[in-house]
Write a protein that binds this ligand. Structure first.
Ligand SMILES: Cc1cc2nc3c(=O)[nH]c(=O)nc-3n(C[C@H](O)[C@H](O)[C@H](O)COP(=O)(O)OP(=O)(O)OC[C@H]3O[C@@H](n4cnc5c(N)ncnc54)[C@H](O)[C@@H]3O)c2cc1C
Length: 394
């Protein structure tokens, strides 16, 4: 039987997505060693389309921490969004209302930048692993994996971070957690289409047929979504049927039409609000989707993952410098104060723009009343602008 290769590090990180890699980078900047393990391959992560909007502070974090300035050259600054209902568009001007912008910069590019930065700085990154096991999280964490080359490896660490996404194995290691859920009776049908942009900024659209979101990626590829049943089979939808659904939802007296092209990818995204508290147990800490998920309306998931690890890097640095794990005690409270704001924002955007199953005429008219109030009120519009571009870090 071959010997198990053993590594000693300060922080073992399970999950090399945005949360895990950004944490590893911030720890490196602070002079702290880490090992990142991930059960997907780099190629699989680089080609999986997910989020696309970065808040102002997420952009600052990428640039100021030395990951990359590419977001500022290849990303697109968006100074607002269109809220469209009753077939009429209303611009929410973020710069005027909140003095901030957000950036269209796909999660695949965020990952590429982070992975390049960690590789450039000599980071220990182990992708394509299997059989991840995490043990002894209270006394002295041990992580065991089967590496991509088939060898069995062990990592011992002062701390272990579960940044292993929405199907986290690490969150089950927290003793007696509180788990807060909200299920929704719908999902998003997401498509990538080969076509020029139909609009310069995102359009959040409410219609009697349901919600639709028009987003962008490049000059030739666009991202669009429409509300659907969670059991919808993406393979059952032809290109024509998808375009018909999108055009119907966006149509209005202004004659707006989306520019059509071949649908090159189609997926159904489940919807769920979830928070687990506490986000720490002994020497285990959770970050990103492992601890909380939000519905994608409002574009908070990726931004929350980055915000978590900014706080986490700070408390880990203090705990390791003073050799006192009490410094970790503040993490849950600091992280969750932002998480619950984002939970509310995502829930609010979702319920304001989607048709609930069994919605009555009263519900529909009340929803339109809410949207009309929002766009007519500078205070209402500013509330949306502040939430969308992100609350200041503290
Ligand atoms: C299909 C999909 C579409 C999305 N679309 C949007 C969107 O349009 N807009 C938006 O704002 N947000 C979207 N999100 C949410 C956003 O992508 C996440 O909030 C963000 O990726 C969170 O980053 P993370 O690092 O916490 O988790 P992840 O990016 O999920 O990274 C976790 C990593 O952990 C690894 N891992 C998991 N289990 C193990 C294990 N046992 N051992 C080792 N490694 C493990 C995974 O391979 C993964 O790479 C989407 C999410 C999904 C799943």
């Amino acid at each position: 039987m071959s010997a198990v290769a053993s590594t000693r590090t300060q922080v073992a990180i399970i999950g090399g997505g945005p949360a895990g890699l950004m944490l590893s980078h911030l720890l490196h900047v602070a002079g702290i060693e880490s090992v990142v393990v991930d059960n997907r391959t780099v190629e699989a992560i680089e080609t999986t389309h997910r989020a696309g909007i970065l808040e102002r502070d997420s952009v600052r974090l990428l640039v100021d921490s030395g990951v990359s300035g590419r977001v500022l050259t290849d990303g697109h600054e968006h100074e607002g969004i269109d809220l469209r209902f009753g077939g009429v568009s209303h611009r929410i001007d973020f710069q005027k209302l909140a003095g901030a912008s957000c950036w269209l910069y796909p999660q695949t590019d965020v990952f590429i930048d982070l992975h390049r930065a960690r590789t450039r700085d000599g980071g220990d990154l182990r992708y394509g692993v299997t059989d991840t096991e995490v043990a002894d999280v209270v006394d002295g964490p041990v992580v065991r994996i089967t590496a991509a080359d088939g060898s069995r490896q062990q990592i011992t660490a002062d701390l272990v971070v579960g940044a292993d996404g929405s199907r986290s194995i690490c969150r089950d290691l927290v003793a007696q957690p509180h788990r807060y859920f909200r299920e929704y009776p719908f999902a998003w049908f997401g498509v990538m289409v080969q076509a020029p942009p139909s609009a310069p900024e995102l359009i959040y659209n409410r219609s009697p047929q349901g919600f639709a979101l028009i987003s962008q990626r490049t000059e030739t590829v666009q991202r669009m979504y429409f509300q659907c049943d969670p059991t919808e089979d993406p393979a059952a939808w032809s290109d024509d049927r998808i375009w018909d659904q999108l055009q119907t939802r966006l149509s209005g007296p202004d004659g707006f039409r989306l520019t059509e092209g071949p649908v090159i990818e189609r997926t159904v995204l489940p919807f769920r609000s979830f928070v687990q508290s506490p986000m720490r147990h002994g020497r285990l800490l959770l970050a990103g989707d492992a601890a909380h998920t939000v519905p994608p309306t409002g574009a908070k998931g990726l931004n929350l993952a980055l915000a978590d690890v900014r706080v986490l890097a700070d408390v880990i640095e203090r705990a390791l410098r003073t050799n006192d794990t009490d410094a970790l005690d503040t993490y849950t409270e600091r992280a969750l104060s932002r998480v619950w704001k984002a939970q509310h924002f995502s829930y609010w955007m979702t319920t304001m723009l989607h048709n609930g199953s069994g919605a009555t005429e009263f519900d529909e008219k009340r929803q339109l009343g809410e949207l009309a109030t929002l766009v007519a009120s500078e205070a209402g519009s500013a509330y949306l602008a502040e939430g969308y571009t992100g609350w200041s870090q503290h």
